[in-house]
Design a protein around this ligand. Structure first.
Ligand code: SAM
Ligand code: SF4
Length: 446
């Protein structure tokens, strides 16, 4: 049987796309492999958000060229595919710089992969179109492999934050219909999935065709999904503060499947920097929004993205970011040093913050965020919570899963609990994971 190796970098959207590419290849008779040396097709699903993204892809392609040569010597053909956002951004340039590459395919065209692979026997091919047909209508049924799954409901971004390449690589905001999403969710649940994370670059800008012909919001979509039998939990990511409609806030109070966790990037606490970033919201607007969300769901766990050292950021601006973090209190977060991305407005600026200053600010911010994360986890010790069990744990007899607030927990229970929700008392907080005990009889009954 032919084998395919698919490697994905970056965000959840890419992880989802990589899974769908594996599905496309499986329908063509390729089984998945984790060993690149035995792969007949190698797909690199690239991310443009990474620093020096294109350069890293070219050096990986250099290594793959050697591998392709070695396999050819033993009579094996290897097709090399570059997909994802670097493929979209670099296009044909990849063919000139990386002679081993056979196919370059953008995030909107990967349903054409079988055709592109066939064409590549004649000539090397590039497909970075935003095709008129909807790729989701042309993908084979999903094969799922776990208790939790991602489901793309929205793609693209119209926001044009000054630092970000996504609107250029992923195109304008488009949403799938409620019917298409519900249909995919049903199949996932039939395949054993119990928790679905709805994903999109701006997932809360979702506006898909609803069953009554009107446009549905993300809140409506989650209401429709809560009727899928067997589905236990819903999450969504990534949201933008400016698209947070009242009905989405209400969903956190009224829809029991919507988990009390929210990743809501703010990027900075300084209004001057937020303006320069073209975020179109202030620090106080973010605080007010969080207050409204907490009024609806007081126990909601909050996470965010931060960028330090955006061009022109002063000590006073950075102090505003630290103040916002202290005011809100996050259970988790991602923080990055600003780095310029070619083609974005911020990359043109000449008032870069020195590297040493960025390093210092990032360390201070991460220290504060880490202390908040530890305090949040420590406060869970002694509480009774519900764990959706995802897999076996690190030690024999242990299983691992997540709280509604997205904390990882390990506890003793049989593997038969995988896919079920078990009541667990948290007994200890480790540095990356919590530990607990299943309520007596609860795990055995599963
Ligand atoms: N749509 C999402 C949003 O609005 O946050 C995700 C965008 S991006 C995939 C994830 C994060 O990468 C951003 O929230 C931002 O913090 C970070 N990021 C994007 N471009 C960056 C850059 N040029 N330098 C540093 N961090 C960046
Ligand atoms: Fe990038 Fe901003 Fe769009 Fe998020 S909202 S994808 S950070 S442009």
């Amino acid at each position: 049987m032919k084998k395919a190796y698919v490697k994905s970098y970056g965000c959840q959207m890419n992880a989802y796309d990589a899974g769908r590419m594996a599905d496309v290849l499986a329908a063509e008779g390729y089984s998945a492999t984790d060993t690149v040396e035995e792969a007949d097709v190698v797909v690199l699903n690239t991310c443009h958000i990474r620093e020096k993204a294109a350069e890293k892809v070219y050096s990986e392609l250099g290594r793959l060229r050697v591998l392709k040569g070695e396999r050819a010597e033993s009579g094996h053909d290897t097709r090399i595919v570059v997909a994802g956002c670097v493929a979209q951004a670099e296009g044909r340039e990849i063919l000139s710089r990386a002679p081993a590459v056979d196919v370059v395919v953008g995030p909107q065209s990967y349903h054409r992969l079988p055709d592109l692979l066939r064409q590549s026997r004649e000539t090397r091919v590039v497909d970075t179109e935003f095709p008129a047909e909807d790729k989701f209508d042309h993908l084979p049924a999903r094969r799922n492999r776990g208790v939790t799954g991602f489901l793309t409901v929205q793609e693209g971004c119209d926001k044009f934050c000054a630092f970000c390449v996504v609107p250029y690589t992923r195109g304008a905001e488009v949403s799938r219909s409620v019917a298409a999403v519900v249909d995919e969710a049903r199949r996932l649940v039939e395949g054993g999935v119990r928790e679905i994370t709805l994903i999109g670059q701006n997932v809360n800008a979702y506006h898909g065709d609803g069953p009554d012909g009107a446009l549905a919001t993300l809140g409506h979509l989650m209401d429709a999904l809560s009727a899928v039998p067997g589905l236990l939990r819903l999450r969504y990511t990534t949201s933008h503060p400016n698209d947070f409609a009242d009905d989405l806030i209400a969903a956190h109070a009224t829809n029991p499947l919507v988990m009390p966790y929210l990743h809501l990037p703010v990027q900075s606490g300084s209004d001057r920097i937020l303006h320069a970033m073209n975020r179109r919201h202030t620090g106080d607007a973010y605080r007010r929004l969080i207050e409204r969300i907490r009024n609806a769901r007081p126990d909601i766990a909050l996470s965010s993205d931060f960028i330090v050292g955006f061009p022109g950021e002063t000590d006073a601006d950075f102090a505003e970011t630290m103040r916002l973090v202290s005011d809100i209190g996050f259970s988790a977060a991602f923080s990055f040093k600003y780095s310029p991305r070619a083609g974005t407005p911020a990359a043109e600026r000449e008032d870069a913050v020195p590297e040493a200053v960025k390093t210092e600010r990032l360390a201070a911010l991460q220290d504060l965020l880490d202390r908040q994360r530890h305090a949040y986890n420590a406060a869970s010790v002694g509480t009774l919570t519900e764990i959706l069990v995802e897999k076996t744990g690190r030690h024999p007899g242990q299983v691992a899963g997540k709280t509604p607030h997205l904390q990882a927990v390990q506890f003793d229970a049989p593997a038969s609990t995988i896919g079920t929700v078990v009541p667990v008392r948290i007994t200890r907080a480790g540095s990356n994971s919590l530990f607990g005990e299943a309520l007596e009889g609860a795990a055995a009954a599963a």
